[in-house]
Design a protein around this ligand. Structure first.
Ligand code: HEC
Length: 169
C-alpha cells in the first residue's frame, strides 16, 4: 500500500510538473483507472491521487506533509471540532475554510473575549503558532488543549486542514 501511494505520488508530481495542457494530465489518470486490476483498488487509488495532488499543490513546507499522519493528529481535535463544510460547531467552532478567515468568526459560535478581541486572519503561520501552544499564543482563550508540540505533526495537521478546506471540497 505504501509503495502504491509513493507511485501515485510520483504520478501526481509528474502531472503537476507538466505544462498546463489538460489532455496530458487526463491521460495518465484514465490509464491508471482502466488498467487497475479490481474496482475497489481503482476507487482507492483515485481518492488518494486527488488528495496527493492537493497536498503537492500546497505551499512549502506543507507540500511535503504526510496527509495520513495529519488526519491522525486531527483525531485529537475531532472531539471538539468538525472540519466538513456546513458541519456544526461543537465545543470548538467548525474549522472548514479556516484559512483566510478572520479569527473568531465561525457563524453561531460563542467565542471567548480573548478571541473576540484578537484581530488577524488565519494563515498557516498563525495556525502553527496557535497549535504550538494555544495559551501562550493567545492568553485567555478557551481552547482547553495543550497544543501539538511536534513540528512535523503540526505541519501534517495544518496540511490536512488545508486539503480538507480546499474550496471545491
Ligand atoms: C478540548 C476541546 C478542543 C480541542 C481538543 C481543540 N480545540 Fe480548537 N478550539 C476549541 C475552542 C473552545 C475554541 C474557541 C476558543 C475561544 O473562543 O477562546 C477553539 C478554537 C480553535 C481555532 C480558532 C478558530 C476560529 O474560528 O477563529 C482553531 C484554528 C482551532 N481551535 C484549531 C484546533 C486544532 C487544529 C486542534 C487539534 C490539533 C484543536 N483546535 C483542538 C476547543 C478545542
Amino acid at each position: 500500500m505504501r509503495r502504491l501511494l509513493i507511485a501515485v505520488s510520483l504520478i501526481a508530481l509528474a502531472a503537476c510538473g507538466q505544462s498546463p495542457a489538460p489532455s496530458t494530465t487526463e491521460t495518465p489518470t484514465a490509464t491508471t483507472t482502466e488498467s487497475a486490476a479490481s474496482a475497489p483498488a481503482a476507487t482507492t487509488t483515485e481518492v488518494d491521487e486527488e488528495i496527493l495532488e492537493a497536498v503537492a499543490e500546497l505551499p512549502a513546507p506543507y507540500n511535503q506533509a504526510n496527509y495520513e499522519a495529519g488526519r491522525r493528529v486531527f483525531a485529537q481535535c475531532r472531539s471538539c471540532h468538525t472540519i466538513g463544510r456546513g458541519e456544526p460547531n461543537r465545543v470548538g467552532p467548525n474549522l472548514h475554510g479556516v484559512f483566510g478567515r478572520e479569527i473568531g468568526t465561525a457563524p453561531g459560535f460563542n467565542y471567548s473575549q480573548a478571541v473576540q478581541d484578537a484581530n488577524f486572519t488565519w494563515d498557516a503561520e498563525h495556525l502553527n503558532n496557535w497549535l504550538s501552544n494555544p495559551q501562550t499564543f493567545l492568553p485567555g482563550n478557551r481552547m482547553a488543549f495543550a497544543g501539538v508540540h511536534n513540528e512535523t505533526q503540526r505541519r501534517d495537521v495544518i496540511a490536512y486542514l488545508m486539503v480538507e478546506s480546499r474550496p471545491e471540497h
